[in-house]
Design a protein around this ligand. Sequence first.
Ligand SMILES: CC(=O)SCCNC(=O)CCNC(=O)[C@H](O)C(C)(C)COP(=O)(O)OP(=O)(O)OC[C@H]1O[C@@H](n2cnc3c(N)ncnc32)[C@H](O)[C@@H]1OP(=O)(O)O
Ligand SMILES: O=C([O-])CC(=O)C(=O)O
Length: 449
Amino acid sequence: MKKEYIIYKLSESIKSTAKIDNELFTLFGVKRGLRNEDGTGVLVGLTKIGNVVGYERIPGGGLQPIPGKLFYRGLDVEDIAHAVMQERRFGFEEVAYLLLSGGLPDKEELASFRELINENMPLEQKVKMNILDLEGNNIMNILARSVLEMYTYDANPDDTSRDNLMRQSIELISKFPTIIAYAYNILRHATFGLSLHIRHPKEELSIAENFLYMLKKEYTDLEARTLDLLLIIHAEHGGGNNSTFTVRVTSSTGTDTYSSIAAGIGSLKGPLHGGANIQVVDMFNHLKEHIHDWTNVKEIDTYLNRILNKEAYNKTGLIYGIGHAVYTISDPRAILLKEMARELAKEKGREEEFNFLELLEERSIECFNKFKGAGGKKVCSNVDFYSGFVYEMIGLPQEIYTPLFAMSRIVGWSAHRIEELNFEGKRIIRPAYKNVLEVQEYIPISERI
Ligand SMILES: CC(=O)SCCNC(=O)CCNC(=O)[C@H](O)C(C)(C)COP(=O)(O)OP(=O)(O)OC[C@H]1O[C@@H](n2cnc3c(N)ncnc32)[C@H](O)[C@@H]1OP(=O)(O)O
Ligand SMILES: O=C([O-])CC(=O)C(=O)O
């Protein structure tokens, strides 16, 4: 049998063997996607790290949608972001300290923490050389492979004691920017034939500044501050988001930090999760081309309905950057990002595009509501809706949008891994799948037709 034919045959068989009737999920009370009937997540853990709030429970039953709120260790992210903006300073390191330890640092603690981060930013010579050697044009994939490689250069990789986990976390938080910047410059060199620069991080710079310095050398103060804010708002999102849950699930087996974080990177890359930031930009470019009048609501609605009907764009039926598992009326990060996008667009003379994106946000929600009918899922724009546009305006290339999400979320992943391995009642995470196939008799190979 030809290789292509056997693959085709195996794949055809999936049509019937992977089919599970929808009614069976209801019959056996299965929580598809770990979701309750009302769309809320099944409670699978307790945490003291992040809190994602999108609705209130009405006494006696039902849910009341409310404007979204996000808390890091009990602090409102909007308060953190506004304080950092007002004081015109870099805040991502402070947020990392807060999420890892549970409390805000004082000046001295913050200075020592920054020093520790900067000391850890340079890569092992071998890791550096291996990034040069790694072929491939997907930086999330290169990031995961580099993380797995760090296991080799860690003298104590499998030790899950608290001290060791904290050391590994700080090393990962410090090294992600370096890996991503180098990986992009190598990709640029290999793909576009541009000169290759491997810049050593500078001791006096913040993570955001160092990243921009390593990536492109020259950057403005506005670019660095905007990136810092983006890093702040992407750092943590509770235990239930897919990548953090992946890190918690893998951590619960007692596996090493690098294996667990590589799994989290794999999860975040998906287009329904962190990978949506690239999809939104791709979809926006598509819409810019296919919609002639960017202010014509009727033309926009017609095209969005074609997307929802799986007739246009990538035919998945999804409008990227819209919808969220927890948020209903608003995602607080999307609100912050939208304001950033509005300001930057004014400065960069891209208001026409911003206005189009803003109208797309409004029309997408409206079209989705009509498409699903009353009583359907309540949707709002999510963090990925405006982030790509902001990254683009501060001169960052599309290939690193999802890696930038990882560069920030490594903080949340680390905090959750440490928590997962440090509470008294910990258990290996092991839910159940009900088998819905009848037992069959084994037929010897000679008797099979
Ligand atoms: C950082 C982050 O991860 S933020 C999320 C980034 N992801 C995206 O932007 C991708 C687009 N959005 C989505 O796919 C979803 O809204 C998710 C994955 C984010 C959340 O999904 P859930 O809360 O599980 O919603 P759920 O899948 O139950 O959706 C209910 C229905 O609405 C549909 N739906 C949800 N979001 C969208 C959307 N953006 N466009 C079109 N249809 C949608 C679903 O297909 C589903 O339809 P069905 O009942 O006919 O199967
Ligand atoms: O919470 C989620 O499901 C996804 C999300 O917004 C995040 O991880 O930032």
